[in-house]
Ligand binder design. Sequence first.
Ligand code: ADP
Ligand code: GLC
Length: 505
Amino acid sequence: MKILFATSEAHPFIKTGGLADVSGSLPNALVALKHKVRLVLPAYQSVLKKVANKGIKKVAELTVNGCGKTFQARVLQLKTGAIEGVEFPVWLVDIPELFDRPGNPYLAENGTDWWDNGERFAVFSMVVAELAMNRAGLKWQPDVVHSNDWQTGLVPALLSLEKDAPKTVFTIHNMAYPGNFPKSLFDSLRLPWQLWGMEGVEFYGHFSMLKAGLIKADWVSTVSPTYAKEICYPEFAYGMEGVLQKREEEGRLVGIINGIDEHIWNPATDNLIVENYSAKKGRIAGKLANKQALLSELCLLRGEKEKRSTERLTNCVDKPLIGLVGRLVEQKGMDLVLEVMPEIIHQTSANFVIVGTGDKVFEAKVKLLAQKYPTRIWAFIGYSESLAHRVEAGADMFLMPSRFEPCGLNQMYSLAYGTPPIVHHTGGLADTVVNATDENIKAGTATGFVFYDPSRHALKSTILHALHLFGKKRTWQKIQKTGMEQSLDWKNSAKKYVEMYSEKK
Ligand code: ADP
Ligand code: GLC
């Protein structure tokens, strides 16, 4: 099968969160199943820098509508293997007026959305639809176009108006980002009038690119079976429950759990950590060297002198270290974490390491707490892919108390790294972590710690339970090992995508 995979971010080109991990690794898994995949991505400034000197070539040029103007879009092709680990050709949609900007794909340097995000991703989606219809002279017609989140939601809608269009799959990675814009954007982009209305992209008078994908794709999927059920309820659907219930009744809404890329997230081979380890060779002990290295890195990051950091290290290394890496936003339960941390610090000997960026209020609160408890909390407010690996390897347990979580990758990385996750029972967290109850421990199925009510009391008592079991070395090692032995790679899930791609329209 020929698959065109459209996304607004993909590792290792550009990443703000899990969508990039999935867009980088699922196509490789499809290639391994002998399918032909092309990835299409906007040519952001930082991506162009990354691929300069990698033999990039202009393969097409097309004219596309913008708001009250037209753009010349160039399609640049990067060959299979030009970047290590990318086993498929990549098409970069180069429209300098829209994408040649510094910083993040969605946010300007001051942290606010780019003013023209609606136009940027609508135009990108129009180019993808042209590529999908083989109208750019590239002599490649996909059988399936797989688009992801609101940024590419218009793709299935545009293709729904075409004769002999490829099949369309739309994957929801997060319902919290609806891509809502004023109707005037729809008008000024001169989009086909047939797409407007309740059965189209209209959402309470606005233009929703998420709804465009949900309502018009042949198949809608989301990134875990539990989230597929949750989003049919108002609490998780932000007003889209009617559309989702309808797609579910038609049998067109599927939940497929994400996999992890074991070439990147594997403690046995990871070259971003100081000592490799695995469960098979019985050397989970390798984690200790990683914990020591992480603690000394964190001390130095904070500008502590060598002698003081050595003292601190000696004090901390045998105390439990709780890690958290992620976007510091409400979704991730940051309010709960901030409430519970001081209590855990006063009542136990556990220390915390937090790596993240996001909501400025949460960032400031995390920094304040770290200043208040300088010997107990290390906070790195920033984005560091390599530090994220070292936290997974060096922490003893991983905190992920998300209020909702479509899938979540960090808890799976934690399982793989022998760092039992502490999670709220929701979405993909519910599907991937088995609670360490006495029963599950005895049965050898426990892999982490789960709480069922997103409250500070539930989170606190679950952390206390984890800390209690951390003191029971044999039980703890059994939980670590069970987590490390889970098969978390893409094999099964990629097959499920292929089954969906193979269904009739
Ligand atoms: P989400 O996509 O909702 O942010 P996921 O758990 O699916 O959550 O994926 C998050 C990904 O982004 C992981 O690969 C995680 O390591 C990474 N990540 C998030 N914040 C940071 C950060 N500040 N530094 C490094 N990596 C981060
Ligand atoms: C989103 C979700 C996260 C998921 C990721 C990749 O960012 O918040 O739960 O793992 O997409 O699908």
